[in-house]
Design a protein around this ligand. Structure first.
Ligand code: MN
Length: 303
C-alpha cells in the first residue's frame, strides 16, 4: 500500500536521509527510526536526521544526527506537513507523512492519526522487522499523537498491538521518562509540607515550595484535592497558585489579592495571587492558613 509508492519515488537511490521536523517529537522520531529500518531491510543506506535536535520526551530514543549527510541522494521528510518545518534541503525531496494537508511533494501523504503507525504498516508490508528501540519509539509516538489512543482507529490499534507484542506494555517506557530532579524534589517537598482540610467547598490542600508551584498544585488536584493552593517566594514577592476543578478559584485569588494588598485573578480553575512582601519560608504556613480561611472560615484539619 505504501511500499510501492515509496519505492516509486526512491528509484534506485541508495543513500537516503530520513529527516524529521525540527525538534522531533516521539511520533516523528518513531516514524523515522522504523522507516530507516525498512530502508535498511530493502538494501538501502539510510541515515536519520533530526534538525535542531529532539524534544525532551523523545531524547531517550534520539539515534539521529542533527546535520545532513553530505552524500545523501534524496531526503524523505517524515511527520513534516510544511517545508517550513525543516531547514532548506538542496537534494530531491520526498515525504512520508500523516497530515493530509501539506506542501505538495512526491511520496506518501495520508490523513492518519500518527506517522509512526504508517511506518509500522510499511514495515509489515515490506516484511522487515524493526529494531526494538524503533518499535518502542513508534509505539510511544502513536500513544502521544493519538492523545493516549483516543484518536486511534482499528488500523492504529492493530499497528500498536503488533509493536506491543514485541516490546511489552508501554508502562515501563512511559515511567522511564524521568522528570527533572528539581521538579521531583519540589513535588516531594510539597508533599512533606502538605496541610489538608475538610471545608464547605470540599478537600482543600495547601503547601509551599521554592519553585514549580503550578506543577505542584496540578499534582494535588490530580491526587483528589478539590482545591490546591501552593505558595512560593520569588524575589520580593509571594505567590499563591490555585487549582481546582470544582471551585471558582479565579474569584478566590482576586479576593485574596485584595485582602493581602496585592493582586490576583485568572481562570475559574487556575489562578494566582501575587503580593509584594518580604516573607521568610516560615511565614508561608500562616499565609496559606489565611487563604484556606478565605474559602471556609472554619476549616477542619484532616489527621
Ligand atoms: Mn505526528
Amino acid at each position: 500500500m505504501y511500499l510501492k509508492r515509496l519505492l516509486g519515488v526512491l528509484g534506485d537511490r541508495r543513500r537516503i536521509a530520513v529527516v524529521t521536523h525540527r525538534h522531533a517529537d516521539l511520533d516523528a522520531l518513531g516514524c523515522a527510526l522504523v522507516l530507516r529500518d525498512v530502508l535498511e531491510g530493502l538494501g538501502r543506506e539510510p541515515v536519520v536526521v533530526c534538525p535542531d535536535g529532539v524534544a525532551k520526551d523523545a531524547r531517550p530514543y534520539a539515534r539521529c544526527s542533527e546535520e545532513m549527510p553530505t552524500d545523501a541522494e534524496m531526503a524523505i521528510l517524515v511527520d513534516v506537513a510544511s517545508l517550513a518545518q525543516v531547514p532548506p534541503v538542496d537534494i530531491p525531496l520526498a515525504v512520508f507523512d500523516h497530515h493530509a494537508v501539506g506542501d505538495a511533494l512526491p511520496g506518501v501523504r495520508e490523513e492518519r492519526p500518527s506517522c509512526s503507525e504508517m511506518a509500522l504498516e510499511l514495515a509489515l508490508e515490506a516484511g522487515v522487522k524493526p529494531r526494538r528501540e524503533s518499535l518502542i519509539a513508534a509505539a510511544l509516538g502513536i500513544y502521544a499523537d493519538t492523545a493516549r489512543l483516543s484518536r486511534a482507529d482499528g488500523r492504529t490499534l492493530a499497528a500498536i498491538s503488533a509493536a506491543i507484542s514485541e516490546i511489552g506494555p508501554l508502562e515501563r517506557y512511559i515511567a522511564q521518562q524521568e522528570e527533572d530532579r528539581a521538579l521531583k524534589m519540589a513535588k516531594a517537598k510539597a508533599l512533606a509540607r502538605l496541610a489538608v482540610y475538610e471545608t464547605k467547598v470540599g478537600i482543600v490542600c495547601a503547601t509551599h515550595v521554592d519553585a514549580y508551584e503550578s506543577d505542584v498544585a496540578a499534582m494535588l488536584v490530580s491526587a483528589g484535592c478539590d482545591v490546591a493552593i501552593a505558595a512560593s517566594r520569588h524575589g520580593g514577592e509571594v505567590r499563591l497558585v490555585y487549582r481546582s476543578h470544582r471551585v471558582d478559584v479565579g474569584e478566590v485569588a482576586a479576593r485574596m489579592g485584595e485582602l493581602l494588598g496585592g493582586s490576583g485573578g485568572g481562570h475559574r480553575g487556575a489562578s494566582v495571587t501575587t503580593v509584594k512582601m518580604r516573607a521568610t519560608k516560615a511565614d508561608l504556613p500562616a499565609l496559606l492558613m489565611q487563604a484556606v480561611r478565605a474559602l471556609d472560615p472554619d476549616p477542619r484539619p484532616l489527621r
